[in-house]
Ligand binder design. Structure first.
Ligand code: HEM
Ligand code: HEM
Length: 176
């Protein structure tokens, strides 16, 4: 078995930064559109749907990178490494589950999902009133899980940098 590298490749670092920016945008839109009205609100919701589809595309590239490259091991004791890898894998899973739950929810509302007006996603399931609320609940719960995981993940990265003073945050910084 090959030794793990010391650093992430530039591709991995940039994919991480892009995903972080896209997730920030998704939460920003979702938590501010209630302050908007009419066409602005609709545009924000449409943007949320399109960026959600974009997240799946970036996640596929990221997954392909993960399957073909070895990243550095997380810095820490074996159990800390295991926990960090577990969270990373869960986040990978959520990059697919979260958009999928949004897609299902919109289908349950009987509305289309357009990708920046370029094409519509196929309607896989017919709208069903009984599943409307349930699918909304799933989307909300997954969003809460992401907030907790990303909150802990980000806070620990900063803890590594500020308190432990190791390379964890620096090696994932696209500008360093
Ligand atoms: C809150 C801001 C964030 C910070 C400060 C941050 C920081 C980091 C750092 C420093 C690493 C490298 C860990 C190591 O080298 O051992 C990392 C890896 C990772 N992060 Fe984040 N992260 C953030 C947000 C996110 C978000 C929003 C996602 C996805 C939803 C995410 C998913 C991942 C994944 C999957 C890895 C494993 C490396 C990879 O496969 O690319 N992170 N993060
Ligand atoms: C990683 C991707 C996504 C994230 C992080 C995300 C996050 C969120 C969040 C935080 C909310 C607010 C939930 C609440 O206040 O209860 C929300 C609502 C919503 N999302 Fe997403 N979402 C994602 C993908 C998608 C996709 C792909 C679609 C559609 C194709 C979508 C459609 C919607 C809709 C229609 C709402 C409004 C639901 C309502 O008001 O009841 N989302 N999303």
């Amino acid at each position: 078995m090959n030794e793990s590298p010391q650093n992430w490749t530039r591709t991995a670092v940039w994919l991480h930064a892009i995903m972080l920016a896209l997730f920030a945008m998704m939460f920003f839109l979702a938590y501010t559109w209630d302050f908007a009205h009419g066409a602005t609100k609709h545009a924000m919701i449409d943007l949320h749907k399109s960026v959600g589809v974009l997240i799946v595309m970036v996640a596929l590239v990221r997954l392909a990178w993960m399957l073909t490259h070895k990243g550095p091991r997380p810095i820490g004791t074996p159990s800390q490494q295991k926990a960090a890898l577990g969270v990373h894998h869960l986040l990978y899973l959520l990059m697919f589950l979260m958009p999928f739950s949004g897609y299902v929810m919109v289908m349950m509302h009987g509305k289309p999902v357009s990708f920046f007006g370029l094409f519509d996603l196929p309607v896989l399931f017919q709208a069903h009133p009984a599943w409307k609320e349930f699918s909304e609940g799933v989307h909300t719960v997954l969003a809460d899980i992401i907030l907790v995981l990303v909150g802990g993940h980000g806070a620990l990265a900063i803890y590594h940098h500020v308190v432990l003073k190791d390379e964890t945050l620096r090696r994932m910084n696209p500008f360093s």
